[in-house]
Structures are given as structure tokens and as C-alpha cells.
Design a protein around this ligand. Structure first.
Ligand code: CO
Length: 134
């Protein structure tokens, strides 16, 4: 069961320049920054009304976001929904035959467990499910 719109992930070419844009154009201040080595990204979060915008910079060209930028350019990368039982959601999705990127939950930033669904399962947009830990 999806309980919230957790965040929207935006791929950017230049993370520092994008952060400055969000500050100056949108008047938002970053709330969190984290380098997630196993996902090949550095992310900066802006909290807005219970959810966040997550700017994603690639740590190199041969990373998921690096390849996304090369093929599609900067812009919407994924949307993330909050769930309370990620393992249960994944087994429900498997039972329904939905195509998954992650078969089992893995660690995300800010003390979360995450899993991605394949865009083919969700009408073309990469979807992430997020379970808050503690
Ligand atoms: Co995300």
C-alpha cells in the first residue's frame, strides 16, 4: 500500500549549478546531501510539503544516472512512493508479474530501504518504493 509521494528524482549534469538554481530561482534550501557510492550518485534533497525533490548528479559516466543523462539528458529520472512494508509490496508486485529492477530491498539514503520497479511496469517512468527505517 502506497502511503505518500516520497520524493521526485531529477537527473542533473552539474549538481552544484542545479543546487544554486533551486536556491535562487525557487527559493528552496537543501536539507540533505549524500554520496551513495553503490548507486553511483551524489544527491541533494530539498524538502517541500512533506515530500522532497532529489537532485541527482552522476559520480561517473558508467553509472545508472550517467547513462540516463547520456541518452535522455537532464530532467525527471524517477518518482518515489513511500510504503510501510517494502518486502510485502515487492512480493505482491512479483505475484502480479510486474517487472522489477530490484528483487529485494536495498539500502537507500537517509536510513531507508528502497527498490526500483522497471519503467515498463509503470507506463514509462522509473518508480522507486521507499520504506523509512526507524
Ligand atoms: Co530516489
Amino acid at each position: 500500500v502506497i502511503s505518500s509521494l516520497h520524493h521526485v528524482g531529477i537527473a542533473v549534469e552539474d549538481l552544484e549549478a542545479a543546487v544554486q538554481r533551486y536556491r535562487s530561482v525557487l527559493g528552496l534550501e537543501p536539507s540533505h546531501r549524500e554520496r551513495v557510492e553503490d548507486q553511483g550518485v551524489e544527491e541533494v534533497l530539498f524538502d517541500v510539503a512533506g515530500g522532497s525533490v532529489q537532485l541527482l548528479g552522476a559520480l561517473g559516466p558508467d553509472t545508472p544516472v550517467g547513462r540516463f543523462l547520456a541518452s535522455r539528458g537532464p530532467g525527471l529520472h524517477h518518482i518515489a512512493f513511500g510504503v510501510t512494508d517494502l518486502a510485502g509490496e515487492l512480493s505482491r508486485l512479483r505475484d502480479e508479474g510486474a517487472r522489477l529492477v530490484d528483487e529485494v530491498p536495498r539500502p537507500g539514503s537517509r536510513n531507508t530501504l528502497i527498490a526500483f520497479l522497471h519503467p515498463h511496469a509503470t507506463a514509462g517512468t522509473l518508480v522507486e518504493l521507499v520504506q523509512q527505517e526507524g
